[in-house]
Design a protein around this ligand. Structure first.
Ligand code: UN1
Length: 522
């Protein structure tokens, strides 16, 4: 595969605006796409968390524009569902190739707008490309079953049909990849999608939709297939949740938001795919390679500035290796280059906004009040090197496993460390939080590894042995249990959520035998 080269870091406003222009972003942008670009609602400004600069503005959706967009997406669906699935896959293959062509630029826009370091911005676009490849193959594998009928001369089968228009609500931390997980699968399944991106990252959504629009037009496909609706919760979000024309809402965000989504969509018997909060632990057993554990924890806890659903938030380490591991981690944390994420050597960029910094400070104050001790970092960083007010030093905090704050997801780089005596205790602590997304165990003891993966082991949707909690591949189903919401996106058979299952029986005989042997009349 050709290696994409990263564009030069946009040190000046001139460079940044050249990048934005190359992706079709202007000073003020239409925030609605439903086959044509519009947006006459309130203006939304997008600032870079890297230095606080204004990147561009967006005109958001009005209620009337919402209405028109949903109708256009429905019309696109009605046409698209008649296209054979492998032909739908061909369009998604081209979408993947179009993304390949702009990987460096779109990755850089993610860096500018979401504050992710270069490697992660590019990784995010790679995740989009990967899911397009996956979905293309899937377009020839939307298999149903044949089922043995109890009635003579009857054939019974299960088939999968396109579902309708799916709503996608995505978060700032994966501003484009999570759209792609949903949109690429939905597209091969024969669905249209309506995307409400985070109001913190509207420009990446516009740039991505422009790419999808071009691919649709090149193929003579109604581009309302990939509809975009940028707007606030009241105008767009709530409408999507309560809109009976959308049989599926796939939402990524906090557990609090997920409750709202589940209630509203459930009330109208819609389907949801919920990917909500995580509180992911790494257990490090005495037999573990501390070198591997250190590297995995560093990536999991500090990577993406601790703003992944899968970020490592708790370290449950055996008492015999605690001191050695904590010492290693403190040394590793001290080496982390914090700063402008567009610089190649930077490992940790800013938090998404000042509210993120305030949340982190509040959590650390709460932790102290509950008896925890900050061992390293945690402070906001200012001065010329850290413009914009969103930079922090990642924190390592010694805590008890049962503190309230330890059971709370704070979307920031805080790692709570606790030491355990026996493995059963470690497992119980790992499972005792309300969230259930990702989990990891470092051990070379096969019994511990197998117990961790057994039915009485980790209760999370993702369980890893000798690798960290974050950075899942697209091939597996992604999501988790409990307050994580129970949804599954991306690989494996997650596609089934985007389709309508139908059990179909055909009688090729001349009688009418009833099931369960029932005789009815003569
Ligand atoms: C998220 O944080 O919402 O496994 C998704 C990971 C990424 C996806 C994270 N592939 O960390």
């Amino acid at each position: 595969m050709p290696k994409a080269t990263a564009p030069a870091a946009p040190k000046s406003n001139a460079n940044a605006s050249a990048l934005l222009k190359s992706l079709g972003i202007q000073a003020v942008n239409a925030g609605v796409f439903d086959g044509e670009w519009s947006g006459s609602g309130q203006r939304l400004a997008s600032y870079s968390p890297n230095d606080g600069r204004l990147l561009a503005e967006v005109r958001t959706a009005t209620p009337a524009e919402y209405e028109r967009a949903i109708e256009r997406a429905r019309a696109a669906f009605h046409q698209w569902r008649t296209v054979p699935a492998p032909k739908r896959g061909e369009v998604v293959r081209q979408l993947g190739n179009a993304l390949r062509a702009v990987k460096a630029e779109l990755g850089m826009l993610v860096t500018l707008e979401a504050g992710k370091i270069l490697a992660e911005g590019q990784g995010e676009v790679q995740e989009m490309i990967d899911i397009c490849d996956f979905a293309t193959g899937l377009s020839r594998q939307l298999y149903g079953l044949t089922i043995a009928s109890e009635r003579p001369e009857h054939r019974m089968m299960e088939q999968w049909h396109p579902l309708g228009v799916a709503g996608i609500i995505s978060a700032f931390n994966f501003p484009v990849a999570v759209w792609a997980w949903n949109a690429a699968l939905a597209a091969v399944c024969g669905d249209a999608t309506v995307w409400k991106p985070s109001s913190l990252t509207p420009l990446t959504a516009i740039a991505t939709t422009r790419i999808a629009e071009r691919v649709c037009r090149d193929n003579g496909v109604d581009p309302a297939l990939f509809t975009l609706l940028i707007g606030d919760g009241a105008t767009v979000g709530e409408r999507l949740l309560n809109d009976g024309r959308l049989p599926l809402i796939s939402a990524t965000g906090s557990s609090k938001m997920g409750v709202r989504v589940a209630e509203a969509v459930g009330r109208r018997f819609g389907r949801t795919i919920l990917e909500l909060g995580g509180n992911n632990a790494v257990i490090v057993a005495p037999s573990a390679s501390l070198e591997l554990a250190e590297r995995a924890i560093l990536f999991g806890a500090v990577g993406t500035a601790g703003q992944r659903c899968t970020s490592t938030r708790r370290l449950i380490v055996h008492e015999s290796v605690r001191a050695a591991l904590v010492q290693r981690l403190m040394a590793a944390y001290a080496q982390v280059v914090i700063g402008d994420p567009a610089r190649p050597r930077t490992l940790m960029g800013p938090l998404i906004n000042a509210a993120g910094v305030a949340d982190m400070q509040a959590a650390l104050a709460e932790a102290r009040a509950q008896g925890a001790e900050v061992l390293y970092g945690g402070e906001p960083l200012g001065g010329a090197k850290y413009p914009g007010g969103c930079y922090v030093r990642p924190a390592i905090v010694a805590a008890r496993h049962d503190l309230k704050i330890v059971h709370t997801e704070t979307f920031a780089p805080i790692l709570y460390v606790m030491s355990y005596r026996d493995f059963a205790e470690a497992l119980a602590w790992q499972n005792e939080v309300p969230q259930g997304l990702s989990s990891a165990l470092f051990t070379t003891d096969v019994r511990e590894a197998e117990q961790f993966l057994s039915g009485r082991g980790s209760d999370c949707g993702i369980a890893n042995v000798n690798l960290g909690t974050s950075g899942a591949e697209i091939g597996g189903a992604f999501g988790g249990e409990k307050e994580t919401g129970g949804g599954r996106e991306s690989g494996s058979d997650a596609w089934k959520a985007y389709m309508r299952r139908q059990t179909a029986t055909v009688n090729y005989g001349s009688g009418l035998p009833l099931s369960q042997g029932i005789q009815f009349g003569s």
